[in-house]
Design a protein around this ligand. Sequence first.
Ligand code: ADP
Length: 395
Amino acid sequence: MKVLVINCGSSSLKYQLIDMTDESVLAKGLVERIGIEGSKITHKANGKKAIIEQPMENHKIALELVVKALLDEEHGAIKSMDEIDAVGHRVVHGGEKFATSVVITDEVIKTMEDCSDLAPLHNPPNIIGIKACKEIMPNTPMTGSFDTAFHQTMSKEAYIYPLPYELYEKYGIRRYGFHGTSHKYVAQRAGAILNKNIEDLKIITCHLGNGASLAAVKNGKCVDTSMGLTPLEGLAMGTRCGDIDPAIIPFLMEKEGLDISGVNNLINKKSGVLGISGISSDFRDIENAANEGNDRAKLALDKFANRVKKYIGAYAAIMGGVDAIVFTAGLGENSISMREQICEGLDFLGVKVDSDKNNVRGEEVVVSTDDAKVKVLVVPTNEELMIARDTKALV
Ligand code: ADP
């Protein structure tokens, strides 16, 4: 069985064709600048890379060119479109409606549209991708996997905000959480690597990329996560502030004369480690600057680590202990020093990192000492494979 996984943004589209017999990637690529001048596809298959540059007015045209690339004699991966048995789409927000991946029907699309209010930047392009794909492959089964779905097992006390309850009923204001597909994948991998049933484990998964979140996964189910109604809450991130005193917002609006979009821009795009360091949102730049003695770069890294550490403590308390901590995504997989800094001082919990084992980037490995009570793992995330597995199970 071959599954095409699609992750459609407003002007971009990522895809992977996965052979589910051995879970190998047959082809993958990225379409950029859809609907903008300079559209291009970077396509890889069979160890070959092709750059396809031609105008792509909309997502349907982009998808037609992706299918053409997949069928190409030189750099393609399949001989006929019929070889694509199913398509799995990533969808950002499933609200309270979707607690698992689902087969897409007209009714499901309608429900996804109803969730768009909660993710106005993300859900509409996801749905455009689904509709375009349905036009091109009307007879191929399609599924949707939601970033929020894995977190739907949280209890009400974990997801309710201490605001007037009617606002939850009226607008659906509550914690939803994001990166769910990644948290689910790495938690499952951790169980497999440790040779333990995930249902017997208390795991804290740390998805640390440009956007960053933690999840507390008890007995295989998410019981809490750091992102909230939107992906702004929780950790300090590349450019997002994460948790701050909410009173700062009206204070800033008054003092700096900011309107809603101005303050939104400040907390989403100008804050986080970029805001503290004044250097970059990219942790590599900040690590380099800190190594050269830049105090604000060091402060940004210290703040980032401090926040992750606080959440680890909180989640260990909520779960009544922790058996494993998993690091994933760009920073979690690659930053040796950040993993070390986060775990430093957590020996009271039973966390002990082995510096030699931790000296890895982007590999699936246990980095805690053999005698450590809490296992610390690095697991490269693979959201596409998780979506493809869900798709296979559903169709
Ligand atoms: P997203 O998908 O949210 O854009 P990624 O998971 O790709 O983010 O992570 C991007 C982040 O990972 C960047 O801030 C980058 O600095 C960081 N990163 C990637 N490689 C390294 C590395 N070798 N050392 C430190 N940070 C790294």
